[in-house]
Write a protein that binds this ligand. Sequence first.
Ligand SMILES: CNc1nc2cc(C(N)=O)ccc2[nH]1
Ligand SMILES: [Zn+2]
Length: 374
Amino acid sequence: MIPITYELIKTDKQTGARLGRVHTPHGSFDTPTFMPVGTLATVKTMSPEELHSMQANIILSNTYHLWLRPGEDIIEEAGGLHKFMNWDKAILTDSGGFQVFSLSDMRQIEEKGVHFRNHLNGEKLFLSPEKAMHIQNALGSDIMMAFDECPPYPATYDYMKSSVERTSRWAERCLEAHKRPDTQGLFGIVQGGEYEALRKQSASDLVSLDFPGYAIGGLSVGEPKEVMNQVLEFTTPLLPANKPRYLMGVGSPDALIDGAIRGVDMFDCVLPTRIARNGTCMTSNGRLVVRNAKYARDFTPIDENCDCHVCKNYSRAYIRHLIKCNETFGFRLTTYHNLHFLLKLMEQVRTAIKEDRLGDFKESFFEQYGLNQE
Ligand SMILES: CNc1nc2cc(C(N)=O)ccc2[nH]1
Ligand SMILES: [Zn+2]
């Protein structure tokens, strides 16, 4: 039994975007979709009930962080991550590959795996394809990610080539070590940086291993957005049309729209929750730094075009006051609104695909959001 299946419903006549539906053991979700990030088994300051109310249908959690705290053994003993955090819809866990390369300073990559230091206490740690599979099997996530190397940007062709080849060997070891292929779907991660030949090599290695879904990795690591869009342009067509495509670590409203246009189905990013905690909100007219003094007597909602309960019941002045006083409720309000904004944006993208007008939608959204058209 394959636990993760994808239904391609239609493609947009104006662009390469696809309307689809992903089925998982913890429910289905329409795509393109955005996944709120719940690093330490919580989408920071949000309750599961609030995530339900904004119609989040899948969230992401980080294997590296949960391995360190509280430990996958405790979560397994609780009955798995869904039970532990009282979330009954889909969960995707990443493999820890990215955190090892982004969080820890000392690290030594070898064929067997990666030696590095715990970013919390400096102790020596080791992660491998087998260990990453063991942890994710213990967490019980619906979608697991293969253990890969996310190389720095920029990287030389030679470095990238040997990294892609090792990531492909690691992907095979992940399939070998995965203990629950009937209830947890394992996605391969395509690497190769900005090099088309290496993206081709990585994609063909992974497609031949027949994963139930594929992620495009190695992006949103400091490259210009034109490079990201170019890499997507020549990478998504290499992936099977009947499987989900997940662009890791993206992103901003414009990157979500540009990714969907190039055939991406799933996105995750800490941006909406992270900027919320320093008092910045996404609105249909661009970003709004609600902690700014000019909002001290502004009794209008964060976004007059938003139908979320925050915009219906609370003013910029009130939210600014809470943020300035470092009141937790203030961060809860900005977080709820930002997540609702991105989830709503993806709903508008899906409707635009249905009506074959995603290109037009991009124009009008970019115009209103204040993004200069390239
Ligand atoms: C925030 N940017 C980002 N790039 C990523 C790349 C990967 C990857 N495995 O290549 C994973 C998570 C990522 N997050
Ligand atoms: Zn709102």
